[in-house]
Design a binder for this molecule. Structure first.
Ligand code: PEP
Ligand code: MN
Length: 293
């Protein structure tokens, strides 16, 4: 196997045809995606938080209250869960969407929740303010098309073994349906270290910002799989230029039916929000310098 560098390949992305709508056309081009009061792509990072899965009414309402108290702008929570094993908790389905809607009515927080299948798009879109297409579905082209047609903003997570260009081409499927409101989410890629669930690829953040005008956020919860690393990698993501974060938080993580090991507490979320904004504020002049380049 050759170990030589091939810089030409990396310096010349094949943007021309393969992802022409997602590709950056000029240094200052930036797409802004508005969901509720949040604006993805702006200088203030957008914070999305909530449990991995909607489990009970008490859980989702407590989580929503904590998200609002922490100052995060969107509530997350899966009603349809893409589980690796068919025997794991699959989510509450439409009952979960109804609980999310109740949490939105109580807190005013807009909702982002995952849609698993093309046929499910109308149902999930009837409740959600933003559709999430998860890592396991990044290359489900029928789902991407239907999500594009929904007219709702779409949060597109990177597939765990997808290259950055494959991810941008997945975004292109949504954009090509006439839906410009796509936010990318880096959530870690498969690597070899069993101590980490995934390897959070923070290279992807400045790379995507170079190649595309779409907002990009980072999910340090799935990206690490370890609660103890979430805050550090959230701050690192903001320092790398992410337009926001998506974090799993559970009001009673020991009872979580899904991803308890990577879920932070409400108190940790409030601390994470403070730190992420402090880092973003500290870096604002540097970001302006970069934009002027
Ligand atoms: C999630 O955010 O709930 C999720 C399942 O994440 P991913 O698709 O990144 O694994
Ligand atoms: Mn999860």
């Amino acid at each position: 196997m050759s170990t030589s560098c091939t810089p030409e390949r990396h310096d010349a992305p094949r943007a021309g045809h393969a992802y022409r709508l997602a590709a950056r056309q000029s240094p200052s081009q930036q797409t802004f995606v508005k969901v509720g009061d949040a604006m993805f792509g702006a200088s203030r990072p957008v914070l999305i938080a909530g449990p991995c899965a909607v489990e009970t009414r008490d859980q989702v309402l407590a989580a929503a209250d904590a998200v609002r108290v922490a100052g995060a702008q969107l509530l997350r929570g899966g009603a349809f869960k893409p589980r690796t094993s068919p025997y794991s908790f699959q989510g509450l389905g439409e009952a979960g969407l109804q609980l999310l809607a109740e949490a939105r009515a109580r807190t005013g927080l807009p909702l982002v929740t995952e849609v698993l299948e093309p046929e499910q798009v109308p149902l999930v879109a009837a409740y959600a303010d933003m559709l999430q297409v998860g890592a396991r579905n990044m290359a489900n082209f029928a789902l991407l098309r239907r999500a594009g047609q929904s007219g709702l903003p779409v949060l597109l997570k990177r597939g765990m073994s997808a290259t950055v260009e494959e991810w941008l081409m997945a975004a292109e499927y949504i954009l090509a349906e006439g839906n410009p409101n796509v936010v990318l989410c880096e959530r870690g890629i498969r690597s070899f270290d069993p101590l980490l669930r995934f390897t959070l690829d923070l290279n992807a953040v400045p790379l995507v910002r170079e190649l595309s005008h779409l907002p990009i956020i980072v999910d340090p919860s799935h990206g690490t799989g370890r609660r103890s690393l979430v805050q550090t990698m959230a701050v690192a993501a903001i320092a790398a230029g992410a337009h926001g974060l998506m974090v799993e938080m559970h009001p009673d993580r020991r009872a979580a039916l899904c991803d308890g090991d990577q879920s932070i507490t409400p108190e940790q979320l409030a601390e994470l929000a403070r730190t992420a904004h402090a880092v973003s504020d500290a870096l604002a002049p540097a970001a302006l310098d970069l934009a002027a380049d």
